[in-house]
Design a protein around this ligand. Structure first.
Ligand SMILES: [Fe+2]
Length: 237
């Protein structure tokens, strides 16, 4: 479970998307041209700080976020198919880490853009989901089941979280991503891609339920919290 270790330690320079691609198509991946790899790994741009493809093609921020949803879906699958308790704990940690980064990056890039372009959009349900999710993420991260009864509870919590997150991502794609596609030109989606990559790269790697989520304050606070999280990660390895 190489990408799991990668997420847990935070030491790798590539990302979940790249790791998943390698595991799903190991031989094909080695033969894929660099441009193709970058198109398939928008979150990977964030780790390296790069914001353009090999041929200088800008990253489409909306496509990058949808691709990252698919990474999250795959991380849920990994938990469901983990064969041992340790593998399940690792899969859960990786899921928590990735969703935490994803949510922070969206709070600072995607949602402010939606408010700007579609000020009438009703975000109450999606913001409520986020608040609940942070609480669940903290539970999943801080709790290691001690026996069969606790595993039943942990599995049920993760299954419930998956249900909420699946619905949330589908709603986000339909009610946030697609409306923005209708109004953003190529320059605007490329700008979003650069901002998304940078925000994902410096995002907190752990859930912070009590932390700020308003875009203006989040832009100031999240990179600092992300730095502290990474220091914690480094000390823990
Ligand atoms: Fe999302």
């Amino acid at each position: 479970m190489s990408s799991a270790v990668t997420e847990e330690t935070g030491r790798a320079t590539s990302t979940d998307q790249e790791q998943l691609q390698k595991q799903q198509e190991p031989e094909q991946h080695q033969q894929v041209p660099e441009q193709r790899q970058r198109e398939l790994s928008p979150a990977g741009e964030a780790e390296s700080g790069g914001t353009t493809g090999a041929a200088g093609a800008p990253v489409n921020g909306l496509d990058a976020i949808v691709a990252d949803h698919n990474v999250i879906r795959e991380l849920f699958n990994r938990y469901d198919t983990a064969a041992t308790a340790q593998a399940k704990v690792t899969a859960a940690r990786n899921l928590v880490r990735h969703v935490s980064r994803h949510a922070s990056a969206e709070e600072r890039t995607l949602y402010p853009l939606l408010r700007e372009k579609h000020p009438q959009a009703n975000l109450a349900k999606m913001l409520y989901d986020r608040m609940i999710n942070k609480e669940v993420l903290e539970f999943l991260e801080s709790h290691v089941p001690a026996g069969d009864a606790e595993w039943v509870l942990y599995d049920a919590t993760l299954a419930k979280f998956r249900m909420i997150e699946d619905e949330h991502m589908a709603k986000e794609e339909a009610e946030v991503i697609e409306p923005l596609r209708q109004v953003l030109d190529a320059s605007a989606v490329a700008k979003l891609g650069r901002r998304w990559s940078a925000a994902f790269a410096n995002a907190p790697t752990h859930p912070h339920p009590g932390g700020t989520s308003g875009a203006a304050r989040a832009r100031l606070v999240h990179p600092v919290v992300g730095l502290i999280d990474r220091m914690r990660d480094a000390l823990a390895t």
